[in-house]
Design a protein. Sequence first.
Length: 267
Amino acid sequence: MSQDIRVTVWNEYRHEIDSAEIAKIYPNGIHGAIKSHLSSVPGLTVRTATLDQPEHGLSEQVLSETDVLIWWGHMAHGEVSDDVVDRVQQRVLDGMGLVVLHSGHLSKIFKKLMGTSCWLKWREADEKERLWVVQPSHPIAEGVGEYFEIESSEMYGEHFDIPTPDDLIFVSWFEGGEVFRSGCTFHRGAGKIFYFRPGHETLPIYHHPTVLKVIQNGVRWVADSRGSIHTYGNYSPRENLSWYEGPDFDEHPQESQMQRPTPRGMR
């Protein structure tokens, strides 16, 4: 019997506290809105974590119990501990899935995994956004149709300074004329990453049924690691080398062979 996908929804949770107007849109926080939907999806077990919790709610134990981490941040990227970012990065390399939403493109963890500035053009004009599905066979696009629209959105425009995506699933067109690569996947180590553009703290985008459907699809897609976890480090020969004595691990124990943790599907 298959096990539930364990999802942690991370949100800095500052806008909703600082603004009564934003709190009306997301009374339980953006993380609460996303959790509310995902908790209704069979096969998912969902928890939340926020910036002001100890270790930002992302202790080693929490991350070890997380198959997919969803990341939303905007106004407090710089407050995220580098130690926690390193911890999350290692979990992604070991096979944890990562879904980065909207302004999370400038989060420390996304920039670290991408290795670029991740900058773009932007404008707040409450304009229509039409998201075209450009890879309809991809599992993340399942059930979406040819396109979907968001009536009021914040514009993100090209050029988006990211590496060439492994998959480009959605391209946005905005009423002001710009376009944007709004649904991109990447592979890092054994882990999968999905960046999804729609969102904004002052707009009810995380109540939009298709946006939530795509996040749901993204969670399922990134949950499966890339495959078997390989052994790294010094490696003993497969064939007999009579002259090979191997390294002295009593002197250099850190050079011994290391096996990464087992991914979700192999527990």
